[in-house]
Design a protein around this ligand. Structure first.
Ligand code: ADP
Ligand code: MN
Ligand code: MN
Ligand code: MN
Length: 343
């Protein structure tokens, strides 16, 4: 038997963006614990905006488990939050989202690394050289001396945790980066995104750096737009039907359903998205729905390969932002897809 350190991680009740919380309990197991072996646990919901003080107990139910390579016998346990009566807590959207193992999601998580209240590379009280060289850039003047170390360490942590991490790149703004997570099914893909976010946030502690997930952190006075990109969480998706059958007629019906549900999508695509979806900086305006082949100024980008393969493959919804909840994004996409008969 060995003593394992189980980090139970959950989403709190803050609005409009939920924060990740975690606490450790020690339990003995003969070997690395399986999900079924992990007990329910609880926490004080009055400290996380999930319960009133007079009746503060919330329940943590393990739903996914990952090795934590930063700790001896470390285990990362993704949890859902339940009320004492066994019903899902209102903050727990995972419990009720649509899921389908044959629908695949690829999330591109963009974020800024912040120190002393500004992005890495930004001088105090001013701006660095304009955007241009930072995207996929190399060299101290473009990426500094610490960001790459963090990004590389984070990549290794994710891979060691078994997260389906697919890649990384420096982004368009100074101090801005991206990682990509792929998963089959909305719960699997989104669990991996949340766990990767957790690992990044926790890793940055020792560097005195914070992760800024806001979708447009760099704005001028009175929110005037500046020439600095925002952060998205482009959501790539493909159903079995889209991958194997597809076709132009189906695609056009699908896009009509996305157009019809524009507001319902934007409602779960992350707060403050009007600062980001302006029609500039590789975005479409928040009040327009368009699709375009290889067009990064559209709401949905259709890859060249999709058209070449007879309208088969995956599509990229570019509207979800960096602070969006991937459970809700994936579920909304599935809901709209379900409105279109696949035949
Ligand atoms: P770009 O920056 O050009 O938009 P990325 O390479 O950053 O593209 O991201 C592409 C994303 O598409 C990845 O997250 C990848 O996992 C995802 N993806 C690739 N194929 C599929 C598919 N069949 N279904 C869903 N997502 C996919
Ligand atoms: Mn990308
Ligand atoms: Mn990107
Ligand atoms: Mn993209």
């Amino acid at each position: 038997m060995a003593k394992y350190k189980l980090e139970y991680i959950w989403l709190d009740g803050y609005k409009p963006v939920q924060n990740l919380r975690g606490k450790t309990q020690i339990k003995e197991f003969a070997s690395f614990p399986k999900l079924e072996e992990l007990p329910l646990w609880g926490f004080d919901g009055s400290s996380t905006q999930q319960a009133p003080g007079g009746s503060s107990d919330c329940v943590l139910k393990p739903v996914a488990v990952y090795p934590d390579s930063t700790r001896k016998n470390g285990v990362l346990v993704m949890c859902e939050v339940y009320n004492a009566d066994g019903t899902p807590h209102i903050s727990n959207s995972r419990a009720t989202i649509l899921d389908d193992a044959d629908t695949w999601f690829g999330f591109e998580q963009e974020y800024f690394l912040y120190q002393d209240g500004r992005p890495l590379g930004f001088p105090e009280g001013g701006y660095p050289a304009p955007q241009g060289p930072y995207y996929c850039g190399a060299g101290y003047k473009n990426v500094g001396d610490i960001a790459r170390q963090i990004v590389e360490e984070h990549l290794d942590l994710c891979l060691e945790a078994g997260i389906n991490h697919e890649g990384i790149n420096a982004e368009v703004a100074s101090g801005q980066w991206e990682f990509q997570i792929f998963g089959k099914g909305s719960k699997k893909a989104a669990d991996d995104v949340w766990m990767a976010r957790y690992l990044l946030v926790r890793l940055c502690e020792k560097y005195g750096i914070d992760v800024e997930f806001h979708c447009k952190p760099i704005r001028g006075v009175y929110n005037t737009p500046l020439d600095w990109n925002g952060s998205g969480m482009h959501s790539n998706f493909s159903t079995k039907f889209m991958r194997e059958v597809g076709g132009k007629e189906y695609f056009e019906k699908l896009m009509a359903a996305f157009a019809k549900n524009m507001s319902e999508h934007v409602a779960v695509y992350g707060p403050d998205n009007h600062f980001r979806l302006t029609g500039l900086h590789e975005t479409q305006s928040i009040d327009k729905f368009t699709w375009g082949i290889a067009d990064r100024g559209s709401s949905i980008r259709v890859p060249h390969a999709f058209v070449k393969n007879g309208y088969k493959g995956y599509l990229e919804d570019r509207r979800p932002n960096s602070a969006a909840n991937p459970y809700d994004v994936a579920s909304r996409i599935l809901k709209t897809i379900a409105e279109v008969p696949a035949k």
